[in-house]
Design a protein around this ligand. Structure first.
Ligand code: ADP
Length: 453
């Protein structure tokens, strides 16, 4: 087999922001040339300046740029890219895109259309998992369209239930229903919201587990049938079902549970002959029972905590897997504790409303055990068109306590002037006794009061 670095000469990164830069950093270390694509509003982005070549693919509207498959393919063809890395979001879990790449002879660094179809659609994914004997959250056997069926499912699982869009992502469009009288309205709104947000009105119903933790397992699979897991990430600190802080190891997962969840995740990946990096998301209850929620067939925002604890470059592993390298004999040994805070251009003093605009000062923290993944710099204008995340702050230390202290001091050193960010919010969480105790669930932030200065 040729060495992977010669397999791909040039990778086009079909994304923007910190993840585009993150992928290009690995490419540079591997001696692979990079192509950036960008929308007009992103012309001054670092990912554009950092790449060896850059192609403007359209206006700010994602549909006409980052989500536009013909324009991306044209950019790949003119630049002679032999592979495409989709990052996360945008087209990362789009089976058509993976398929179009395959037909054009350009390697999609991610799973095939078949694998995405088996896992991308959350409802189909659950059926696949049931067949693989992986425990799933109890709920409707398929998509639910009418009220009668919704009532039957809810009666069977018991209230509360959660209505979830099958094409969903980012915690959007989910609805919790506490009693039958709320079901009809919730079903109708959930369906129309799903249609609007994802172009697919399909919804399914699950038992709403009370007080769970969100614990996910990172897996890596090669093209030769080998799958391994790289432990868990605890993403329990969420606001409106959206992750804000992630860490590994989880404060509540011991070696025995890690093995059990890891084995289930590996079984899940094997069930679909998966290839590349993926994440199996579980809800974990107080009795340490866990239930499959979904599989993300892409790199996750929170991948750096695993990279730090396992001393692994997950983007490199994705590229190696896509190039046909085997995982056989590879050993990854965990060490220490790693935490990530998502720094968003949002105002915690005003219900986290978006706060785009010009960064007058952007001073990032540093020092031992501190990593910042960001595409921002002083004078950069955070556009209002895309996701509000402007940086990820990741710290690693020997223990959770030390990691929290390190995160606290790193947050104090992180200076952003010009827009509001979630930095002050994270500072308060780091000092919160419940967070520090490690004993909380996904409702933690419901009772957390942000203190305005
Ligand atoms: P998305 O893909 O939109 O992020 P997920 O299915 O990953 O949606 O769910 C996001 C979060 O919503 C979970 O981490 C969890 O906190 C909450 N959630 C989803 N399903 C359930 C459920 N059945 N019971 C309790 N909480 C849930």
């Amino acid at each position: 087999m040729p060495s992977p670095t010669t397999v791909f000469k040039k990778i086009l990164v079909a994304n923007r922001g910190e993840i585009a830069l993150r992928i290009m950093q690995t490419c540079r270390e591997m001696g692979i040339s990079t192509v950036a694509v960008y929308s007009k509003v992103d012309a001054d982005s670092i990912h554009v300046k950092y790449a060896d070549e850059a192609v403007c693919i359209g206006p700010a509207l994602s549909r006409e740029s980052y989500l536009n498959i013909p324009r991306l393919m044209a950019a790949a063809e003119v630049t002679n890219a032999d592979a495409i890395h989709p990052g996360y979001g945008f087209l990362a879990e789009n089976a058509d895109f993976s398929d179009v790449c395959a037909s054009a002879g350009i390697k999609f660094i991610g799973p095939s259309a078949r694998m995405i179809n088996q896992m991308g659609d959350k409802n189909t994914a659950k059926s696949t998992m049931i067949a693989a004997n992986v425990p799933v959250v109890p709920g409707s056997p398929g998509l639910v369209t009418d009220l009668k069926e919704a009532i039957e499912v809810a009666n069977k699982t018991g209230y509360p239930v959660i209505i979830k869009p099958t094409a969903g992502g980012g915690g959007k469009g989910m609805r919790v229903v506490h009693e039958e009288s709320q079901l009809e309205k919730a079903l109708n709104t959930a369906r129309s919201e799903a249609e609007q947000a994802f172009g697919n009105s399909g919804v399914y119903i699950e038992k709403f587990l009370e007080n769970p933790r969100h614990v996910e397992i990172q897996i890596l699979s090669d093209q030769h049938g080998n799958t391994i897991h790289l432990g868990e990430r605890d993403c329990t600190v969420q606001r409106r079902h959206q992750k804000l802080i992630e860490e590994t190891p989880s404060p509540v997962v011991d070696e025995a549970l890690r093995k059990k969840m890891g084995d289930a995740a590996v079984a899940a990946a094997r069930a679909i002959n998966y290839e590349g990096a993926g994440t199996i998301e579980f809800l974990l209850d107080r009795h340490k029972d866990f239930y499959f929620m979904e599989m993300n067939t892409r790199i996750q925002v929170e991948h750096p905590v695993t990279e730090e604890r396992y001393d692994v470059d997950i983007v490199k592993e994705q590229i190696l897997a896509a190039a046909g390298e085997s995982l056989k004999g590879r050993v990854f040994t965990p060490k220490g504790h790693s935490i990530e805070c998502r720094i968003n251009a949002e105002d915690p003093e005003h219900m986290f409303r978006p706060s785009p605009g010009k960064l007058q000062v952007f001073h990032t923290p540093g020092g031992h055990g501190v990593r910042v993944d960001s595409h921002c710099y002083a004078s950069y204008v955070v556009p209002s068109n895309y996701d509000s995340m402007i940086a990820k702050l990741i710290v690693t230390a020997h223990t959770r306590e030390e990691a929290i202290e390190r995160m606290s001091r790193a947050l104090d050193e992180f200076i952003v002037v010009g827009i509001s960010t979630t930095i002050p919010f994270h500072k308060q969480v780091m000092h919160n006794p419940v967070f520090r105790s490690g004993d909380y669930d996904t409702s933690f932030l419901d009772s957390f009061r942000f203190e305005k200065k």
